[in-house]
Design a protein around this ligand. Structure first.
Ligand SMILES: *Cc1c(COP(=O)(O)O)cnc(C)c1O
Length: 365
């Protein structure tokens, strides 16, 4: 079976993890954590990077560090991984689920406008499957209403919006380094802050809310959200070849895009901002109304090609039904018709040809 995704650990990963074990620095202090924060911060474009244990706590810590909590509303796209919505609830705030654009799969700017109330404190755009959101438009609305913007960039490491890396376009952004993400640390996440003050506050909250200048003195009820040296060691090795990884992701997407151009039944997410880049975390498209997704998936499974349906629209699941706002029909459509196909960087040219051939054959192209 050709899997949908798998990590590539072919560089210094083993070497650096061995260093941790040999040096006995296996917990959250040690060389690699700081190094990883530096490398990611430099790559994204901010010196204020905080490495944490996973992408979900990254979102939670970003929200609480910025003061989002009780009685606040946070506008979140209905089409996302549940983690985005959960983090808002964990912070004690209320998620407001709005529709996405059916051409980009990303949060719909006019729906954000409509969902703003006196209680709105923040907007959380999610760069879904690697496709950058319209950050200029979102930041403009935020500015007009005095709102915070927190990018959930878990799926968009390396993606660009108008010449800048996503993750550097808001008050705080988060990435996930789960095993199937663009780069991995096994489990892991990072927050990129704009403000030094908020960054310092987050560092303290990550470490039990303990003061830096007075050990075992706590001004806040903090968390233990630290990343281990072992995780960071893998991350540092991944960052050493980040340009190659992104290049390969983009080349795979380009191949599929060309092959599927003439297939009417396949619709790709749009990206029409200049100097922008979708890094296609998972190569994902919409099937036409008349294509039965389950039949298509079964056909590909029989050809040993793994596929993955898109996320389920959040408002359709029991914990989130109360939070929907407005018409969520695009989210529902993407939920029912979206599909991801294999796009990990070790796919060989013959694998790509095989996958594209099978798909083309299904639609008789
Ligand atoms: C993966 C992911 C997360 C959470 O990451 P974990 O590291 O698995 O906790 C959050 N948001 C989105 C959109 C994701 O895809």
């Amino acid at each position: 079976m050709i899997p949908i995704m798998k990590p590539n650990l072919s560089g210094n990963e083993l070497n650096y993890v061995s260093n941790c074990v040999e040096s006995e620095w296996i917990s959250s202090q040690g060389y690699y954590v700081t190094k990883f924060e530096e490398l990611v911060g430099e790559y994204i474009g901010s010196p204020y990077a905080v490495a944490v244990s996973n992408g979900t706590v990254a979102l939670h810590l970003a929200l609480v560090s910025l003061g989002v909590g009780d009685k606040d509303e946070v506008i979140v796209p209905d089409m996302t991984f549940a983690s985005s919505v959960n983090a808002v609830l964990h912070a004690g705030a209320t998620p407001i689920l709005v529709d996405v654009d059916k051409d980009t799969f990303n949060i719909c700017v006019s729906e954000i406008q409509k969902a703003i109330t006196k209680k709105t404190k923040a907007i959380m755009p999610v760069h879904l499957y690697g496709n950058p959101c319209d950050m200029d438009a979102i930041n403009e609305i935020a500015k007009e209403h005095g709102l915070l913007v927190i990018e959930d960039a878990a799926e968009a490491f390396g993606s660009e919006y108008k010449g800048k890396k996503v993750g550097a376009l808001s008050h705080a952004s988060t990435f996930s380094f789960y095993g199937n993400k663009t780069i991995t640390t096994g489990e892991g996440g990072i927050i990129i802050f704009k403000s030094k003050e908020v960054y310092e506050h987050a560092c303290m909250l990550r470490d039990h809310g303990m003061r830096k200048d007075r050990r075992y003195w706590h001004d806040y009820v903090g968390y233990n959200y630290r990343m281990t040296n072992l995780q960071a060691a893998i991350g540092v090795a991944q960052m050493e070849r980040i340009e190659k990884i992104i290049e390969r992701k983009v080349a795979i997407a380009k191949y599929y895009l060309e092959r599927f151009e003439d297939i009417r039944e396949i619709k790709m997410p749009k990206l029409d901002f200049e100097n922008s880049l979708n890094t296609y975390w998972l190569f994902t498209f919409l099937l036409s109304e008349s294509t039965n997704r389950e039949d298509f998936r079964k056909y590909l499974t029989d050809k040993n090609i793994e596929t993955r349906p898109t996320f389920i629209s959040a408002h359709d699941m029991p914990p989130y039904t109360d939070f929907k706002r407005g018409n969520l029909s695009n989210s529902k459509l993407i939920s029912q018709k979206g599909l991801s196909i294999p796009s990990y960087i070790d796919l060989q040219v013959n694998d790509l040809e095989y996958i594209a051939d099978q798909i083309a054959n299904y639609f008789h192209k």
